[in-house]
Design a protein around this ligand. Structure first.
Ligand SMILES: NC(=O)c1ccc[n+]([C@@H]2O[C@H](COP(=O)([O-])OP(=O)(O)OC[C@H]3O[C@@H](n4cnc5c(N)ncnc54)[C@H](OP(=O)(O)O)[C@@H]3O)[C@@H](O)[C@H]2O)c1
Length: 319
């Protein structure tokens, strides 16, 4: 159940000392803020600047279609933060964190929620001494209007350490996130899980954006049918080269087609971003596959072609 209480004082609310800061007040950030107990959670203003108001008001439609009025504070300082959730887009995350990270206690775990790969490694490489974790979530949220968030599908969230100092903190992070009532689990092999999700996104998202269609519609398209086997071969080669457990191209194609069928009526986040005139995360999905393949001496022409075509759809994007 989303938490509609508005207390901003954890000690008065009877809660423990959790102080969860959310960087990125978009669809996913607002979803977590709504489900976490009020009084423990607030948003980090952009550039840590003074926010134009003290509270953020919005409505949440939960996964049962019920409406909740949510009020959460904009945080004016981060010194007591016990957990930071980074729910910015992949391309914004490094800069967004750089703006505020000096205000965070050195011991504060930072959980990265971005889809795809590349941004997580960039953050862990920039601050290797900080406790940095990655989350892979199948919760789905969208924001049809500025003050409205829809919890479109209930799922699971897996959390695992990226840096050494995060290794002993996964249980603490799970305890704090589990107060949301959402399903949160530890994942010792978080990179493997992120790769699994990336592979499915790489086989669905660019096709839906280029063809401007729903997920299920790609399955009959010649663009998909002409390229999916080569795409899966590129993915399978790279996954093995990264030292992760091997997947055959056939397994990957089966996964992609199963998810496309199961979500056939859905609009992918990449198509949604394109339709909304927002930058897509293509550089962290197919673009990451093309870039890492080059770095490891492999070819990934289909992933590169899809990256180029999606970028050509959105000329404002130049990551
Ligand atoms: N939505 C989901 O269901 C879902 C599920 C799984 C994973 N994810 C991943 O979660 C991430 C966020 O997704 P989303 O759908 O929530 O995106 P979103 O709605 O675009 O939210 C991102 C938010 O970050 C804010 N932001 C950007 N730069 C910032 C900065 N420097 N400081 C503070 N805030 C900043 C944006 O503000 P402006 O609006 O002002 O630009 C926006 O509100 C993505 O990487 C996505 O792949 C999302």
């Amino acid at each position: 159940m989303p938490s509609s209480r508005t207390s901003s004082n954890p000690s008065q609310s009877g809660l423990e000392d959790d102080r969860i800061a959310i960087l990125g007040a978009g669809a996913l950030g607002r979803l977590w803020a709504a489900y976490l107990p009020a009084g423990t959670t607030g948003f980090v203003p952009r550039n840590a600047s003074a926010p134009s108001s003290f509270k953020l008001n919005y409505h949440l439609e939960d996964d049962n279609g019920r409406e909740h009025a949510i009020v959460r504070p904009w945080l004016t300082g981060l010194s007591g933060t016990t957990l930071l959730l980074a729910t910015t887009k992949a391309g914004d995350t490094l800069d967004a964190l750089a703006d505020i990270i000096d205000q965070l206690p050195d011991t504060c775990p930072i959980v990265l929620f971005q889809n795809g790969l590349g941004s997580q490694q960039a953050v862990a490489e920039r601050w290797p001494w900080r406790p940095i974790l990655a989350a892979s979530t199948t919760e789905a949220a969208n924001r049809p209007a500025p003050d409205r968030v829809v919890h479109a599908a209930r799922g699971h969230t897996w959390v695992g350490a990226l840096t050494d100092s995060a290794a002993g903190l996964t249980a603490t992070v799970i305890r704090q996130l589990s107060r949301s009532g959402l399903e949160v689990r530890g994942e010792a092999r978080i990179l493997e899980r992120l790769w699994g999700k990336l592979a499915v996104n790489a086989g669905i998202n660019p096709f839906t954006a280029i063809l401007d269609c729903r997920n299920g519609d790609i399955l009959e398209s010649s663009l998909f049918l002409d390229h999916i086997d080569a795409l899966c071969e590129e993915l399978a080669r790279l996954i093995t080269a990264e030292g992760l457990p091997a997947h055959s191209p056939r397994e990957l194609r089966d996964d992609i087609e199963r998810v496309a069928r199961n979500t056939s009526a859905n609009t992918s986040s990449m198509r949604g971003d394109f339709q909304g005139g927002r930058a897509t995360e293509i550089d962290y999905i197919n673009g990451h596959v093309a870039r890492r393949s080059r770095e490891l001496g492999l070819d990934a022409p289909v992933n590169q072609m899809l990256t180029d075509r999606v970028k050509a759809l959105a000329p404002h994007q130049d990551l």
